[in-house]
Design a protein around this ligand. Structure first.
Ligand SMILES: CSC[C@H]1O[C@H](OP(=O)(O)O)[C@H](O)[C@@H]1O
Length: 348
């Protein structure tokens, strides 16, 4: 199903100002369903169960969750309890902690009656800032893609991406997709190899949905096909998003990213990471220090999809399964970091 109209915003404050409205991404691309979250507890469930996902997006949702809690109880105990509960929903993306810290800082010194409004205001500003940051990432990435396309102007530029780092993962534009959207809109012929991204298939379900909706040529591939395509010279660059970049430039991102970076290095394919500065985590020394989220094995051993009368789940195996949701790409494998301030060749 293609989303019509203002399709680039997957989060907004509710009309009555008391909640937050998100797209339930578990149903995409088959159904576009908006849900209204009316409590911090509902926001925590939506983040943990990945109704909404993507580093900047879970930060924005958590920020609204804290605001909703303060509307119910603006006291310090509520603030602290809710902060910790939301922080515990998903451990890897640094944007979650960053956004919660932003709201806590905005309200901590205020009289209690003023806290909820200030929290909602900060949450809304975080969303608007993210949209602007991602647009700027797109502008800097566009310059990069122009240069890459100039090397082979007679054919489309082939970009490989992993997972979904699009407008569904952010407030607008995406991070890895922002340069792609701006290049497409500027008339640069771009084709995207879309890693399906097992086990949750964010690529096949979400990135493909986004690109189709924007009219960008794309091909969904098995995660394990990327190395062959690079070996065959069919990939001009890899651009991925990230959930956290540590002080030394290591990149935490969706499981499978590291293997793409290895294949890119082995085939001299530039490997870029697109991120806003809110995803840098200078307080964490290296990728080895980042908690890697372990999710339910059933995400791996079951497949869910549309069937007559609704969604159906099929079993793949009864065997035990391990399901780490992220991995670490060492800084040495990263060609550059595309940020809202420009393209960095190193972080440390
Ligand atoms: C722009 S952040 C996107 C980032 O978040 C995704 O993880 P998840 O879908 O589990 O929230 C993935 O790592 C993306 O690169």
């Amino acid at each position: 199903m293609i989303l019509e109209g203002q399709h680039r915003r997957s989060i907004a404050r509710t009309a009555d100002g008391k909640g937050v409205r998100i797209l339930d991404q578990r149903l995409l691309p088959w159904e576009v369903r908006w849900v209204e979250l009316r409590s911090a507890e509902a926001a925590a469930v939506a983040i943990h169960e990945m109704w909404t996902r993507g580093a900047p997006m879970i930060g924005a949702t958590a920020a609204y969750g804290l605001a909703m809690a303060l509307a119910d109880d603006p006291g310090d105990a509520s603030l602290s309890r809710t902060y910790q509960a939301l922080l515990a929903t998903r451990p890897t993306a640094v944007n979650l902690r960053w956004a919660l810290d932003e709201v806590r800082t905005a309200v901590a010194a205020l009289p209690e009656p003023q806290r909820a409004d200030a929290a909602f205001a900060r949450a809304g500003a975080i969303c608007e800032e993210d949209a602007a940051l991602c647009r700027a990432i797109g502008e800097h990435g566009l310059a990069l893609l122009r240069t890459l396309h100039a090397a082979n102007p007679d054919r489309p530029l082939n970009i490989l991406t992993h997972c979904n780092a699009g407008w569904l993962a952010t407030v607008d534009y995406g991070t890895a997709t922002a340069p792609i959207y701006l290049a497409h809109d500027a008339g640069i012929p771009v084709h995207v190899w879309v890693d399906e991204t097992r086990p949750r298939n964010q690529g096949a379900l979400l990135t493909a949905f986004e690109l189709a909706n924007h009219g960008v040529a794309h091909t969904v591939i098995a995660d394990n096909a990327g190395g062959l395509l690079m070996m065959q010279g069919k990939v001009d660059a890899v651009i991925v998003g990230t959930d956290r970049v540590t002080a030394n430039g290591d990149v935490c991102n969706k499981i499978g990213t590291y293997l793409k970076a290895l294949a890119a290095a082995d085939n001299n394919v530039p490997f870029y990471v697109a991120l806003p500065y809110t995803t840098f985590d200078p307080a964490t020394p290296t990728g080895a220090d980042v908690p890697i989220e372990e999710r339910a094995p059933e995400e791996l051993t079951r497949l869910t999809g549309p069937a007559a009368g609704g969604m159906a789940t099929v079993k793949i195996t009864d065997s035990p399964a391990a399901n780490p949701a992220f991995d670490v790409t060492p800084a040495r494998l990263v060609t550059g970091y595309i940020t809202e301030r420009g393209v960095l060749v190193s972080v440390s």
